[in-house]
Design a protein around this ligand. Structure first.
Ligand code: ZN
Length: 326
């Protein structure tokens, strides 16, 4: 394997259910920060970051919900794809924003009616450099929805990962799943992690659509930021991954009931096990629930030189969970 990362399923810590991309009425979301925090707390989340557009919303942590200051910021595209000249990244662990981030003013705008603002850094690399210099963590927001080119991501530095699944982009436009961008970067041999989010603006439709499970050393802002930096996480809009044991020639996965489990590798490689009459089995089902759905499976990996390996779990409704590369 060219990439080896610590396996969060076999490391110390606790799993925290995180909402990492949400909007409050401080920008174009509908709920004020305190009510948004209560809504996520009531929905069973452990961690919330309100990532308003060019604003830092304040919501204090409670006994049950840890809040992390964050924002959704803009950058000018090196390779503009009409009609977009700019795109967004998510940043967590900052407490202030630059008045003038230095990008092209033609790409800045303020929408008073919907209460959102865009300013831009000259590039993703510049924005990530500013944020990481403050100890913050950067992931690129919704590449598929933005229409980012893979080349833009290849030529940029400083981000830790991608928002691989964006729930509201999936619901509204069918452009929520950026796995293709992720696979391309992983196949380059680059270390890039993924997250899943709601990008919640309207809680009635979008709260709890997708989330990121973070394996944090403890329930603190710094521990969650460090887990995001290290990719100690998986993300989902349905199923749970309970355990992954990665061996050289097989990968064992324990999960909530699934109809299919896939081991992803580059290009034509990759294997899967699927239940049912037309199910394909490149591995062995080790345990099922009473309905015959997979709860533990061993996937054969005969591609020793794999550039990357990651797993996805698909439940009966088609909802998916994604592991990071391991
Ligand atoms: Zn957003």
């Amino acid at each position: 394997m060219s990439q080896e990362h610590a396996n969060p399923f076999e490391s110390e810590g606790q799993w925290l259910k995180c909402a990492l991309h949400t909007h409050s009425s401080v920008s174009d979301g509908t709920l004020p920060p305190d009510l948004l925090a209560r809504a996520y707390e009531d929905a069973g989340f452990d961690v919330l970051s309100i990532t308003d557009h060019w604003r830092i919303a304040e919501a204090p942590s409670t006994d049950r919900l840890l809040t992390i200051p964050g924002a959704e910021l803009g950058f000018d595209l090196l390779k503009p794809a009409y009609p977009r000249q700019s795109a967004e990244f998510l940043v967590w662990g900052i407490d202030h924003l630059p008045e003038d981030p230095g990008g092209d003013r033609d790409n800045w705008c303020f929408n008073a009616e919907e209460n959102w603002e865009v300013r831009t850094f000259p590039s993703l690399t510049d924005g990530a450099s500013w944020a990481t210099g403050l100890g913050a963590v950067v992931y690129v927001a919704h590449p598929y929805w933005n229409g980012l080119s893979v080349e833009e991501l290849r030529e940029s530095e400083g981000y830790v990962g991608l928002e691989v699944f964006n729930g509201s982009a999936e619901i509204e436009t069918g452009r929520g799943d950026s796995s293709v961008w992720w696979n391309a970067l992983l196949a380059d041999g680059r270390t890039v992690f993924g997250i899943g989010t709601d990008d919640q603006h309207y809680p009635l439709f979008e709260l709890g659509v997708a989330w990121t499970m973070v394996r944090a050393a403890d329930r603190s802002v710094e521990a969650v930021l460090e887990a995001l930096r290290q990719g100690h996480s998986y993300f989902s809009h349905g199923p749970s991954i309970h355990h992954i044991q990665a061996n050289r020639d097989y990968v064992e996965v324990t999960c909530s009931p699934a109809r299919s489990v896939v081991l992803h590798m580059e290009q034509e490689y990759g294997v899967s096990v699927t239940i049912g009459r037309n199910g394909r089995r490149m591995g062995r089902i080790l345990e099922t629930d009473s309905a015959g759905l997979i709860t533990r499976v061993s996937l054969d990996c005969d591609h020793e030189a794999a550039q990357y390996r990651r797993v996805s779990v698909i439940d009966e409704s088609g909802a998916k969970a994604w592991s990071n590369p391991f």
